[in-house]
Design a protein around this ligand. Structure first.
Ligand SMILES: [Zn+2]
Length: 200
């Protein structure tokens, strides 16, 4: 397995039919996840379009996540996780950390996405809404709550590529809980942790 260090991002090339196994090694870490078509990165995995085709707010095994042009991109082949993944909340960015009073330069998923793609030769300008793996955002009635993670060490998810894609992963750097009693997105220690992945 390859380690994705905390606060870092990576773009992983998958050919159609290959699988990406991602392990939440310590259980609490949220991983913001995107995919873009290798042939045309302006076509990206879209949570808005996927919710329409899967009929699910929270993706489940068997769901096929599709692009902004309605092409299949990633199928959730398998997972071990007693909880739900979020598709609603935008990734963290430097504006959010500035709003929270953090020092300039705080690592963030928005910049991780752009730099991970740049590392594989893709210049992206737009950051789509991610699939926030293991992020606990229950929706009850009209209430969207951001709360503590439910993952256990060793929980995993396996994606099957339905097209030639780059999958971008960001081990979310969120390490602040700004309000009194606010949920710690990456667990009670407010300490982002590494996760591990491999291509199968
Ligand atoms: Zn983040």
């Amino acid at each position: 397995m390859i380690e994705l260090p905390p606060r870092k991002g990576v773009a992983v090339r998958l050919k159609r039919g290959q699988r990406l196994r991602l392990v939440n090694t310590f259980g609490d870490q949220v991983v913001d996840t995107w995919a873009v078509m290798a042939a045309d990165p302006t076509e990206y995995m879209s949570m808005e379009h996927s919710r329409r085709t899967t009929g699910h707010l929270h993706p489940e095994p068997g769901d096929i996540l599709c692009s902004n042009r309605r092409s299949p991109m990633l199928r959730i082949k398998e997972e071990r996780f007693d909880g739900t993944h979020d598709t609603i909340v935008a990734c963290c960015d430097h504006w959010l950390y500035s709003h929270y009073g953090c020092e300039a330069g705080h690592a963030n998923c928005h910049d991780n996405y752009l730099s991970a793609l740049r590392d594989v030769g893709v210049e992206a300008k737009h950051v789509p809404n991610p699939l926030n793996l293991w992020m606990n955002v229950p929706v009850v009635g009209n209430e969207v709550e951001i709360t503590s993670p439910l993952g256990k060490p060793g929980d995993f998810i396996v994606f099957l590529a339905e097209a030639d894609v780059f999958v971008v992963l960001s081990a979310c750097p969120m390490d602040v809980a700004p309000a009194q009693g606010a949920a710690a997105i990456n667990g009670p220690n407010l300490e982002p942790m590494p996760v591990h992945y491999c291509v199968e």
